[in-house]
Design a protein around this ligand. Structure first.
Ligand code: UDP
Length: 323
């Protein structure tokens, strides 16, 4: 039985990866320090004999006994609110955490896939973004802690590949949504859905003309799995190229939820990218991957997930976020 370590395994993407690898017949070691991850996301796996949870901070030395075939490094705060709240942890998990994972991959002769991000393109001057665009990042701005940590992660991964011949993969993840996103992580989708469920106005930042391209989580997980099983070492964008303005996105959520709460406009956060859309030619040609889930179906599944929150949870998590 092949053994895989997933860091950040109790988070949004990490927990879906745990499900995928269990379904594919792997033994899964899920590691998380539960700062932004939640044990609830993996509760359904804890009685599975092919699954173990390792409560550990990836920036500290990692002990794994026995063999490891694959490592997926997904530990990191990933929303602008999170990295404003915990900037130093964000830098450490992308740098020290990545180094620990790469060192472990080298020691165990495991293949490692690291999670990078569309944020490495910063506020892009080229549209859509293909992997050969080097980006436009403000190193000292509020998003710099995440963007630069992930840029360092890519550089370190390539160095381990060329210098130590570690078998590496780098995925650049664009905006992804689906069940198990945190209601209070401050990102557009959970913010809008939570507001709609509480009958509050939807808060659009700026005039809402900035664009994003949203990928449903099952598509992303399939792309990541295909990349891991390929032999391609350079970065690959995985995301859905269907682009929408944030104002239209808020209106789409209002329409699907059949809720008439108004939209209110708040100031645009510093360095908020004006447009973002992945060029996925590489993923299509090298991995034979393209997204399958249209936004309406994906949104309906995600909204259903949030509808299962109790009123207490809806307000409790919201209060926690505001403080
Ligand atoms: N956004 C918004 N209202 C919110 C939360 C986010 O208008 O309550 C905007 C945000 O300014 C950005 C877009 O939605 O332009 C996507 O933000 P998100 O935090 O989801 O992701 P990222 O900026 O990392 O793509």
């Amino acid at each position: 039985m092949k053994r895989v370590l997933i860091t950040g395994g109790a988070g949004f993407l990490g927990s879906h990866l745990c499900d995928k690898f269990i379904a594919e017949g792997f033994y899964v070691i899920c590691m998380d320090n539960l700062i932004t991850g939640n044990i609830k996301n993996i509760k359904h796996l804890t009685s599975n004999l092919n699954f173990e949870f390792y409560h550990h901070d990836v920036t500290k030395y990692i002990h794994i006994s026995g063999s490891l075939d694959y490592i997926l490094h997904f530990a990191s705060p990933a929303s602008p609110i999170d990295y404003l709240k915990i900037p130093i942890q964000t830098l450490k998990v992308g740098s020290l955490g990545t180094q620990n994972c790469l060192g472990l991959a080298k020691a165990k002769q495991a293949t490692i896939l690291v999670a990078s991000t569309s944020e490495i393109y910063g506020d892009p001057l080229v549209h859509p973004q293909s992997e050969d665009y080097w980006g436009n990042v403000n190193t000292v701005g509020p998003r710099g802690v995440y963007d630069e940590a992930k840029r360092f992660l890519e550089a370190l991964t390539m160095a381990y590949h060329t210098y130590h011949q570690v078998d590496t993969r780098i995925v650049r993840i664009f905006n992804t949504y689906g069940p198990r996103m945190r209601l209070n992580d401050g990102r557009a989708l959970p913010a809008f859905v939570g507001q709609a469920l509480r009958n509050e106005p939807l808060t659009v930042f700026g005039n809402g003309s900035q664009t994003r391209s949203f990928c449903y989580v099952s598509d992303l997980i399939d792309g990541i799995y295909k990349l891991l099983m390929s032999n391609y070492h350079l970065p690959v964008n995985i995301g859905n190229p269907n682009e929408i303005s944030i104002k239209e996105f808020a209106e789409e959520i209002q329409a699907i939820m059949n809720i008439q709460t108004p939209i209110v406009y708040h100031p645009l956060p510093v360095d908020d990218p004006k447009q973002r859309r992945p060029d996925i030619t590489k993923a299509q040609t090298i991995l034979n991957w393209s997204p399958q889930v249209d936004r309406r179906s994906g949104l309906m599944k995600t909204i259903d997930y949030f509808k299962n929150f109790t009123q207490n949870e809806l307000y409790e998590l919201h209060r926690e976020f505001k403080s």
